[in-house]
Design a protein around this ligand. Structure first.
Ligand SMILES: Cc1ncc(COP(=O)(O)O)c(C=O)c1O
Length: 356
């Protein structure tokens, strides 16, 4: 996939996304489960080799999780068939690479530093990786990024707000990537609820090559359930559904997700508290003599540059406080990533750091 030159931006005619899919995946016949072949209610189900004796979980779950999608669609302002649900958004990351990238041939492009699973899934699938540094304030260098795209690049992953830096990427630059690139652009919005930005889902109809990832693990507080979302055109979602494991989201996860989606206010209240705590924690950290810089955050964590990150990390660990030492990560020398906790947890962290 090549980038178009600047004068073409916004006018590029995108290839049909189906032409980007690996040929074996277009050609393959997907597994057809009992629940794919018969949908609806019946007196007696003898089609899936389940145990007939009732427990809460003796039946297989809905393979396509329609009830959850129908509840989620109006909240996200998309259609149900534009939603893929997976075992965390990590599943979607893996499936996107597997569906669109020919091993040893097609490449994905990621920015650095960013969330680690894009590179892990690329390696797992034997897909070459192109890495492009973010700027020193962790934004996109659009020219450098576009110049790094090769003829084999199929997917670009952009994480906004970015992990581990916490900032939103510049909206116009993301649009620049979407306009210029003929392959898929995945925007990972795992932390979008903690930012003031709107989701890129509102541009799905303008960009057939756009996939937006979100998750129930952060703002919704359901990391233990493992439920991630991908939003895209029906064509792309159909491909992901074609290659996923038949029953990738279990019954309990579907039921609890439905219940949680019924209480959007609870999520919004938690988000408000976390955002408030984020700014208190940032200003307390800034007062410490061991702190060099607190990066601005649009997420539920702070990236903090200390005078001695490894020493600070070790000291906190000995006090029973676990943070993430990111000092070996590109552009993150002496930086630690700190998740915003409860008011008491944040207080205890600051008390401990004051004693260092
Ligand atoms: C940017 C980003 N994307 C995706 C994920 C994975 O989310 P999930 O729990 O839905 O697999 C994380 C988890 O930390 C993340 O930071």
């Amino acid at each position: 996939m090549t980038a178009t030159n600047k004068s073409d931006m916004g006018k590029k005619i995108k290839p049909d996304v189906l032409t980007l899919v690996r040929k074996n995946i277009v050609d393959m016949k997907p597994y057809s489960s009992a629940r794919d072949e018969f949908k609806g209610d019946a007196e007696i189900f003898l089609d899936a080799n389940e145990n007939p004796y009732n427990s809460d979980f003796n039946r297989y779950p809905d393979p396509l999780q329609w009830k959850v999608k129908e509840k989620l669609a109006p909240i996200k302002n998309v259609r149900s068939e534009q939603i893929f649900l997976g075992n965390g958004s990590d599943e979607a990351i893996d499936l996107i690479i597997r569906a669109f990238c020919e091993p040893y041939k097609d490449s994905i492009l990621i920015t650095e530093p960013t969330y680690g699973m894009y590179a892990v899934c690329a390696e797992l699938n034997a897909v070459p990786l192109i890495k492009v540094d973010l700027t020193n304030d962790f934004d996109l260098d659009l020219t450098k990024l576009l110049n790094s795209i090769s003829s084999s690049t199929k997917v670009i992953f952009l994480c906004s707000p970015n992990n581990p830096s916490g900032n939103l990427l510049d909206h116009k630059k993301i649009i620049g990537v979407l306009d210029a690139f003929g392959g898929l652009v995945v925007i990972d919005e795992a932390y979008i609820d903690f930012s003031a930005s709107k989701s890129f889902t509102e541009l799905l109809s303008s960009y057939p090559n756009l996939i937006v990832l979100q998750t129930f693990s952060k703002a919704w507080g359901l990391a233990g359930l493992r439920l991630g979302m991908a939003f895209a055109s029906k064509q792309i979602i159909d491909i992901l559904n074609k290659i996923k494991y038949p029953y990738n989201v279990n019954t309990q996860t579907q039921e609890l997700a439905l219940k949680t989606l019924g209480d959007v206010n609870k999520k919004e209240q938690a988000v408000r508290e976390i955002i408030q705590q984020r700014s208190i924690l940032a200003s307390e950290l800034l007062k410490l003599s061991i702190t060099e810089h607190v990066y601005p955050s649009d997420a539920n964590f702070l990236l903090v540059r200390f005078k001695d990150a490894p020493g600070t990390y070790k000291y906190l660990m000995e006090k029973g406080i676990i943070v993430r030492d990111r000092s070996k990560v590109r552009l993150c020398a002496n930086a630690i990533r700190i998740t915003v906790g409860t008011p008491q947890e944040n207080k205890n962290l600051i008390i401990a750091l004051k004693k260092l």
